[in-house]
Design a protein around this ligand. Structure first.
Ligand SMILES: [Zn+2]
Length: 170
């Protein structure tokens, strides 16, 4: 996540993110929040709900150990809290599967890329993303968008077979 957004979160939730940018040998939070900017509001909302519950119910402070993307969805590892907070984290992690990690949109175009690095992206972002990645041995881009998860009836077959543009003629 870009540093401006990360610092914004740090300013808003200093207790949860107290280990952010801490020493590499002590905390995974050394690397900041390891996902793209599209999940900013999701993480902001999650941390907000968590901190509010801690203040209102006087329960054990939550501290984040690692916040990252794994297999296309958000993962939040932390200490402290209670069962309700565990439920909040579970919901946020589940919701991330329908929110473009790059731009944050939640429309029908959101799906998951396949091959190697799995990501939850919308179609325009996936196309953009494809431009930046290598072409597989079979000549196809290795990131491809699967069927929309928010609308299972809508399949994005067009994206499955992106053929790379050839760079000029020799
Ligand atoms: Zn997007």
């Amino acid at each position: 996540m870009n540093k401006i957004l990360e610092k914004n979160l740090l300013k808003k939730y200093p207790k949860i993110l107290k280990d952010m940018y801490g020493p590499m040998n002590k905390t995974c939070m050394h690397f900041g929040i390891e996902c793209a900017d599209g999940w900013y509001y999701l993480i902001d909302g999650l941390l907000n709900c968590i901190q509010r519950r801690i203040i209102n119910q006087k329960i054990e402070q939550v501290t984040a150990e690692q916040i990252k993307e794994k297999f296309g969805t958000l993962r939040v590892y932390y200490e402290g809290g209670d069962e309700r907070i565990a439920g909040m984290v579970e919901l946020a992690e589940s919701m991330s599967g329908g929110i473009c990690e790059n731009c944050g949109c939640m429309n029908d175009a959101v799906g998951r890329t396949q091959r190697e690095w799995i990501q939850t992206l919308c179609v325009p972002c996936a196309i953009d993303y494809n431009k930046k990645v290598k072409v597989g041995k079979d000549g196809k881009m290795w990131a491809r968008v699967h069927k929309s998860r928010t609308n299972p009836n809508r399949a994005w077959t067009g994206i499955d077979e992106i053929t790379p543009k050839k760079k000029g003629k020799k």
